[in-house]
Design a protein around this ligand. Structure first.
Ligand code: ZN
Length: 367
């Protein structure tokens, strides 16, 4: 399916347009396009650029914390998944071979530690920080590695303090890629991380309920405002332990919103919850009070900008023709956060079709 027209696509701004695709690229957008190509009509569903999940784990070699791109991606309306540091320079070849033919698009944030997450305390031994190996990996896979990942929390760091992040910032000068920093239990403390990061770097797990999170006794820490001022990108990174309705709600009431919504999904939190899929995470932000347009922006244009995936993320002439088709279901849904807090919402967003790599997939009813 390389050439086709989506007839009267309902965009998020309620505009209706025809979208002409040739060779997998959006060629024309107009009120009415006449062609002999195959036509698709999604009636009253919305059509957005293909959803991008910038924090996932989809390298199933790592049994404890892995999954497969095609289990978390296209069957859930997600066209692109970014593996956030499961692989390091030791394992990037194997990871690339495993995912290069996936139906879902896959990119990697290379773990700054050579073994990647396989070590679990991968930043506890500074000998695992290998400058040459990182540069080599980034040169070998310039289209695949889109950033670096540093998991800056206690169980990962051991006694390494801020050294791994100092190293990552140094590496950035060589590879010129964004760094995604996972925050969790101190050390390292959030204030230090914000100090060390620059515009376009990414902090993930922003709404985690831990002491070293964005709140101090229910108030937003000053460093969060500093992070926003600096232009640091705030990413959701739901995960098993890292999303609290309460934290997200207080942030929202104080005008603090994430730039990108990501799931931090892997097989366990996909099957047992509380993540399940990206759409469920998006629904939680609708519940918090984000508008539908904001939620969609967080997984399309904002996500593509965060990782310089310039060919993705918007419905524009010249962009890759990845689309997610979805509707708002007027039924109750129960949502659960990482603290087992449950809420009910009376409508929710539900993906219907994924178009990625020139294939159209209908999404099954039962996930
Ligand atoms: Zn993660």
């Amino acid at each position: 399916m390389e050439n086709y027209v989506i007839k009267q696509a309902r965009l998020i701004n309620e505009e209706r347009v025809d979208i002409l695709v040739e060779n997998g690229i959006i060629q024309k957008i107009a009120p009415c396009i006449e062609t002999s190509y195959e036509t698709l009509n999604f009636q009253d569903c919305y059509v957005s650029a293909g959803w991008i999940d910038i924090h996932t784990h989809c390298f199933d070699k790592f049994e404890i914390y892995g999954d497969q791109a095609d289990f978390i991606g296209y069957p859930h309306g997600v066209c692109t998944v970014v593996d956030a540091g499961t692989a390091g320079s030791d394992t990037i070849d194997e990871f690339y071979q495993q995912v290069k033919n996936a139906k879902t698009r896959v990119y990697s944030l290379l773990n700054i530690s050579s073994p990647g997450i396989f070590a679990q305390d991968e930043l506890a031994d500074l000998k695992r920080l290998n400058q040459e190996a990182i540069v080599q990996a980034c040169q070998k896979y310039p289209q695949f590695i889109v950033g670096l990942k540093a998991r800056m929390s206690k169980s990962v760091l051991g006694d390494s303090g801020n050294q791994p992040l100092i190293f990552a910032k140094e590496m950035q000068k060589f590879v010129n890629l964004p760094i995604m920093v996972h925050i969790g239990t101190a050390p390292s403390v959030l204030e230090n991380i914000v100090d060390m990061l620059d515009e376009y770097d990414i902090i993930t797990h922003v709404f985690n309920p831990k002491q070293n999170g964005i709140l101090d006794k229910g108030y937003i820490k000053d460093c969060v405002y500093q992070a926003i001022e600096k232009g640091i990108i705030l990413d959701l990174g739901h995960g098993t332990d890292s999303f609290s309705f309460e934290t997200a709600k207080i942030a929202f009431q104080n005008g603090i919103k994430v730039n990108t919504i990501s799931s931090d999904i892997y097989f366990k939190n996909r099957i047992n919850g509380p993540v399940y899929d990206l759409a469920t995470t998006m629904n939680k932000m609708l519940y918090i009070g984000y508008s539908l347009a904001e939620v969609i922006r967080c997984v399309t244009v904002n996500a593509s900008k965060a990782l310089h995936l310039d060919h993705l993320g918007s419905i524009e002439v010249g962009k890759t023709a990845d689309f997610t088709v979805f509707h708002i279901c007027p039924q109750d849904i129960e949502l659960t956060d990482s603290l087992h807090q449950k809420v009910t919402m009376c409508h929710y967003l539900k993906p219907d079709y994924t178009i990625v790599k020139n294939h159209l997939y209908q999404i099954e009813e039962d996930k």
